[in-house]
Every structure is written in structure tokens, then in C-alpha cells.
Design a protein around this ligand. Structure first.
Ligand SMILES: CC(C)(COP(=O)(O)OP(=O)(O)OC[C@H]1O[C@@H](n2cnc3c(N)ncnc32)[C@H](O)[C@@H]1OP(=O)(O)O)[C@@H](O)C(=O)NCCC(=O)NCCS
Length: 146
């Protein structure tokens, strides 16, 4: 598939929040939670400077990826491209930029969470050479103050 000539991949800033949150309502709605509030995204970007990316075409944000690490492993969330811009390698470029940023910090292995019925997401990550794990479950815990 041809590529958009004028696609720019650049670091996400909190000033992008309204535009990316509007995009996520369409592309990523079921993965959204209170963790995606403006305040929490601001906190995330400050903890992981320069790692999360947006893709911009003609001044409009058409792609996002959140990227960070815990000092040991990298994590990617909300990899998304607006529907009309898909299959032009935009997500692939954002993934490369994010992984380069992790590598610059000494992080060589990165994980993503993908819903088991998200065939699109699975096709994408598999095409990029990511390995689907059958040997782990995700366990989650929500802290409640007593
Ligand atoms: C998954 C997503 C981010 C891919 O974005 P994209 O910019 O279209 O992906 P790319 O063009 O970079 O695709 C790279 C490769 O991934 C594979 N791929 C991407 N979309 C695919 C699809 N619909 N079916 C099969 N393979 C696909 C292809 O091998 C593709 O290379 P090719 O186009 O040369 O064949 C986009 O479809 C999206 O936003 N989906 C909704 C959100 C989502 O599910 N995100 C993943 C969460 S785990």
C-alpha cells in the first residue's frame, strides 16, 4: 500500500489531549478507562518523556501510541490509527519510533495487551514480528483504600 508522503511522527504532548481523546472515542473506546483522564495522561507523559508518539497528516492527528517503561520492560498502549488512514504503514512507523526511544533508554523487550477477540490488533502485531504468548495470563488488581 502507498504511504502518505506528508506523515509526521512526533512526540505526544499534553496539548494534544483533546484531539487524541476524541480519536480514541472512535478507535479505542473499549480500552479507555479512568487511566486515560487528562491528569493521568499528563502524569504518564511526564514519567516517560518523548516516548509516546502521534502521527500527523496535514495538521491533523491521525495516529497515537502510548509508550513507557518501568525500568525493566517496555509497555505500549493505545496503538491506533484513524480508519481513513489505515494500511499506509503509519502504525508501523509509530511502533518503530516508540521502540527506538525504548532502546535508547536500554529497554530491549516490550509487551502489549491485546483483547483476545481483536483480530486486527493481532494481525498487526504479528506482521511486525511480535510473538503472541500462550504461556501467560494477565492478572489485575484494583487497590481500594480501607
Ligand atoms: C491496528 C492498527 C493500529 C494498524 O494501523 P495501520 O496504520 O493500518 O497499520 P500499518 O499500515 O502500519 O500495518 C502494518 C502491517 O500490519 C498488518 N496489518 C495492518 N492492518 C491489518 C489488517 N486489517 N489485516 C491484516 N493485516 C493488517 C499488515 O501486514 C500491514 O502491512 P501491509 O499493509 O504492508 O500489509 C489500526 O488498524 C487500528 O487503529 N485499529 C484499531 C485499534 C486497535 O485495535 N489497535 C491495536 C490494539 S492491540
Amino acid at each position: 500500500m502507498s504511504e502518505f508522503k506528508n506523515v509526521e511522527i512526533r512526540p505526544m504532548t499534553i496539548d494534544d489531549y483533546d484531539e487524541i481523546f476524541a480519536m480514541w472515542q472512535i478507535t479505542t473506546k473499549r480500552a479507555l478507562s479512568e487511566a486515560d483522564s487528562r491528569e493521568n495522561i499528563d502524569f504518564y507523559l511526564k514519567r516517560n518523556p518523548g516516548m509516546s508518539q502521534v502521527a500527523v497528516v496535514d495538521g491533523k492527528i491521525v495516529g497515537t501510541v502510548l509508550c513507557g517503561h518501568d525500568g525493566r520492560r517496555g509497555f505500549i498502549h493505545h496503538m491506533a490509527v484513524a480508519e481513513n488512514y489505515r494500511r499506509h504503514n503509519i502504525a508501523k512507523k509509530m511502533a518503530k519510533t516508540a521502540l527506538d526511544a525504548l532502546s535508547n533508554e536500554g529497554i530491549s523487550k516490550t509487551h502489549i495487551f491485546c483483547y483476545t477477540n481483536n483480530n486486527l490488533g493481532q494481525s498487526f502485531w504479528t506482521a511486525l514480528g511480535w510473538q503472541k504468548r500462550d504461556d501467560v495470563f494477565v492478572f489485575s488488581y484494583t487497590y481500594k483504600k480501607e
